[in-house]
Design a protein around this ligand. Structure first.
Ligand code: GLP
Length: 269
């Protein structure tokens, strides 16, 4: 286990543990601004190289401030996102795109309606696919990521089960985009959005762990005390399929951007 304090100032403590660069910010706003700045710089760098920038995007409450900051940079600092290509991690199944809980709707409201990413460059797993066509659809989603050149930077949140995307405990390290069953904990965390557990989907389409690990950079965000136990387990625990986020320890450019509450169970030694 490698532990190296690498940077410290009033707002940021950073160390590396099990290959994960852990960055603890003064607030969720600071963490989100830092990640958004990195994304903006990457978009500009890829544009200067004449290349598109391929982003893997996440839903949930955690990345919302990153999206807000990207919109601000787009408007106030002239960040063009015309050459950005996006792939979202997951979607409930079945799910209509205009439903209140749809990740299509979420992404439109939180980001896509406010920036200039071409609609044809946006990919979100389709929750309207018929059950018979799902496997083929998931293979096409993987193919589309490969055709785009692979994901330059994947944004992640983390669920209380240690899921990334909807890769629940039991997911394999080389898993691909597929239809999955959601855990009870995940469904009960989502139940409020659906007006009760009975209305909460049992299935979802998610990029696989293998899909995520092929991204060139991975930036996981976690905020709040309720994430601290699973963050500590993901960073300090043994790599195991019972906590899929531990698989991130095997990636060579992964950072966890945390607020102090989410970092409070970590042992910074
Ligand atoms: C859902 C999403 C995940 C997200 C998680 C945490 O399960 N599919 O991608 O990371 O929720 O959500 P939140 O950020 O609201 O805590």
């Amino acid at each position: 286990m490698l532990t190296q304090p690498t940077e410290k100032d009033d707002n940021l403590v950073q160390w590396i543990r099990n290959g994960i660069a852990v960055r603890v910010f003064g607030s969720d706003v600071d963490a989100s601004q830092s990640v958004a700045s990195e994304i903006a710089a990457l978009i500009r760098q890829r544009a200067a190289e004449g290349e598109s920038c391929v982003l893997g995007l996440a839903t949930g409450s955690t990345p919302v401030r990153v999206y807000r900051e990207l919109i601000r940079i787009h408007r106030e600092e002239n960040l063009s996102m015309k050459h950005v290509v996006t792939f979202n991690l997951d979607e409930y199944f079945p799910m209509q795109p205009d439903a209140a809980q749809s990740y299509v709707r979420f992404m439109n409201e939180q980001l896509f309606d406010h920036v200039d990413i071409p609609r044809s460059s946006i990919h979100i797993p389709d929750g309207t696919i018929g059950r018979d066509g799902v496997d083929e659809y998931c293979q096409q989603y993987e193919d589309a990521i490969n055709v785009a050149g692979g994901i330059d930077l994947q944004l992640l949140g983390i669920g209380r089960t240690g899921h990334v995307g909807f890769n629940e405990p039991g997911s394999e390290v080389d898993s691909a985009t597929r239809l999955v069953e959601l855990c009870d904990i995940t469904r009960s965390d989502a139940a409020n959005d659906f007006g009760g557990l009975d209305n909460t989907p049992e299935l979802a389409i998610t990029m696989g762990v293998g899909t995520i690990l092929r991204s060139r950079r991975i930036r996981l965000l976690a905020f709040g005390q309720h994430k601290s136990a699973i963050v500590a387990r993901s960073v300090q625990g043994e790599i195991t399929d019972s906590v899929p986020a531990t698989y991130l320890q095997g990636h060579d450019d992964v950072q966890f951007a945390l607020d102090s509450a989410a970092a409070s169970t970590l042992d910074p030694k």
